[in-house]
Design a protein around this ligand. Structure first.
Ligand code: HEM
Length: 367
């Protein structure tokens, strides 16, 4: 979706070096105005209640509540549970000739994984995933068929009410899930407001659902389209984690995040004025010719560093260990079970300036 006509222009940051510079300087480049370019899509108050849409110190205090649960060591404890979810979902499609990897495989897996972290009942996974897809897919008529106005007037308030019902249950009977962490958090002696709890809930649900689904789908598409690379994974499954890093590099799930300049400054020789919007384009920095040799080649042995999770700094992705674990299990198991899978139709993309993601990926499981 293009900029709204009401919006001013923006700076595009496209080189890895400059994205790193912006990402690490939150004092000059704030996240507190909005985190995407379009100011007339997702309600700004919803974004500003998420810690991804805050600056330090409040950002740091809220993020710190979650960090212990998201270290690689803590996340490793979930491996068996995630493997069981992936097995159950792949068992469910095994007997079919064709399926859609985005909606039949990736979506139910990521929704159950983040749903279990949030303490949701499994039957609520898909209604929440659909609601989150509607918000993130605001510009895509398939994902948001009723349009932006209805999203803001009806869908978001409805989600707020549903979330508050979950909050009331936990206030009465505290649990050890991430929603209870938000509810009982004390920041400088204050609890989060209901609106902030809702924003935090949407942030974790959106981050957990969306980007892992997107990276898996893009990775599987690349493996199907490059059978020589897939064969290397089949011959040596220890390459799966390197293949996942290569997919993160080549197909970052978010096309951009935005900052807003807090003062006049200079970036790459360009004069940035206070209040200017600055967009960090990860699909560009992850194929930066000054960093990568042959950047457009999908190479499962490359094991690259990349900026799919951000480029360091305060907002660096909280969920990297979880995303990597899910992706390794999902990609590894799908390739092992369906080694000759082929495309069964043209994949489609989400229509968006923000999400760089497939909407469908039809495949023939037996090839
Ligand atoms: C392949 C999957 C994923 C990708 C590509 C991804 C990417 C990103 C990016 C680019 C950012 C912003 C970085 C910045 O502005 O500097 C971010 C932030 C965040 N991610 Fe992820 N993410 C993924 C999975 C996850 C998962 C599974 C979770 C789990 C809950 C998660 C939770 C978050 C949170 C909470 C933030 C905000 C961090 C902050 O503002 O400090 N992400 N992610």
């Amino acid at each position: 979706m293009a900029q709204s006509p009401q919006d001013a222009g923006f700076w595009s940051v496209t080189k890895a070096e400059h994205i790193r510079e912006v990402s690490r300087d939150w004092e000059t480049y704030s996240s507190a105005q909005n985190i995407i370019l379009n100011d007339h899509a997702v309600p700004v108050e919803l974004v500003q209640g998420m810690f991804i849409g805050m600056d330090p110190p409040k950002h740091d205090r809220i993020k710190a509540l979650f960090q212990r649960g998201f270290t690689p060591k803590a996340i490793d404890q979930h491996e068996d549970a995630i493997r069981a979810i992936v097995d159950r979902v792949l068992d469910g499609v095994e007997a079919r000739e064709e399926c859609d990897l985005v909606n039949d495989v990736a979506q139910p897996v990521v929704a159950r994984v983040i749903g279990s972290f949030m303490g949701l009942d499994p039957e609520d996974d898909m209604p929440w995933a659909t609601a989150i897809n509607t918000i993130l897919g605001f510009g895509d008529p398939d994902l948001n068929p009723k349009g932006l106005e209805q999203l803001v007037a009806e869908d978001v308030p409805e989600m707020f009410q549903k979330c508050m019902a979950l909050v009331a249950e936990r206030r009465a009977n505290p649990t050890d899930d991430l929603l209870s962490t938000l509810i009982f958090a004390e920041i400088d002696g204050d609890r989060l407001t209901d609106e902030e709890i809702f924003s935090g809930f949407v942030l974790l649900m959106a981050a957990g659902n969306d980007s892992t689904k997107a990276t898996y789908s893009s990775c599987m598409r690349a493996l199907i389209e490059h059978p020589d690379q897939r064969q290397m994974l089949l011959d040596d499954p220890s390459l799966v984690s390197s293949a996942v890093e290569e997919a993160l590099r080549m197909f970052p799930a978010f096309a951009h995040f935005r900052r807003t300049a807090t003062k006049d400054t200079t970036l790459a020789g360009c004069p940035i004025k206070k209040g200017d919007k600055v967009a960090l384009w990860y699909p560009s920095s992850n194929r930066d010719e000054d960093v990568y040799k042959d950047p457009d080649r999908f190479d499962v042995t490359r094991n690259p560093e990349h900026q799919a999770f951000g480029a360091g700094g305060r907002h660096f992705c909280l969920g990297t260990a979880l995303a990597r674990l899910e992706l390794r299990i999902l990609v590894g198991e799908t390739v092992r079970r369906f080694p000759s899978m082929t495309l069964a139709g043209e994949p489609t993309w989400v229509l968006s300036q923000f999400s760089s993601q497939l909407k469908s990926l039809p495949v023939r499981l037996g090839g």
